[in-house]
Design a protein around this ligand. Sequence first.
Ligand SMILES: CC(C)(COP(=O)(O)OP(=O)(O)OC[C@H]1O[C@@H](n2cnc3c(N)ncnc32)[C@H](O)[C@@H]1OP(=O)(O)O)[C@@H](O)C(=O)NCCC(=O)NCCS
Length: 156
Amino acid sequence: MIEIRTMKVEDIAEVVEIDRSSFTLPWTERSFKYEVTENGASRCWVTEVDGQVAAMLVLWVIVDEAHIATIATHPKFRRRGFAKKMLIHALVAARAEGVKKALLEVRARHVIAQKIYCDIGFADVGRRPMYYRDNGEDAVLMTMDDLAGLKIADTV
Ligand SMILES: CC(C)(COP(=O)(O)OP(=O)(O)OC[C@H]1O[C@@H](n2cnc3c(N)ncnc32)[C@H](O)[C@@H]1OP(=O)(O)O)[C@@H](O)C(=O)NCCC(=O)NCCS
């Protein structure tokens, strides 16, 4: 069974494992716990597949804007549409609570992720030079100015 649902404290060990296998600058377990239990701006999601956490996403709602803080799929569950569907799900939920626009930063060389965001309706609006402290890579800033324009297609 596949389910997109909000992240619980009990998911955090699996979420941390996904994070560590996905990023060179992973978050701490404590950061995820803070996001789930204390940060009122945070909306944390997972995709569960047959009882296992396959993908995770953290989004911050700041007034009428959603900031995608992190998104990753466990290496063994990639290329099955989970990241795209979960991101759309999270943005639809944000839109339902009054969020009007969304933004994210993505590594300049990460063209796969940029394509996913573009397909959903994000546009490349600029760069944040030397944004990533591990290798000094630039971030591409992508925004969706009107969540009404979210490209849901037949993916949810
Ligand atoms: C980027 C990432 C989140 C994508 O997760 P995923 O669940 O595999 O992505 P999806 O299956 O939803 O893919 C969505 C689209 O991207 C394409 N895609 C995904 N990975 C791809 C790859 N390695 N090569 C080519 N295309 C790819 C898919 O074909 C799909 O396109 P489609 O809708 O036309 O079929 C995942 O690779 C990951 O966790 N990477 C490490 C963490 C990371 O970089 N996060 C993003 C930070 S900005």
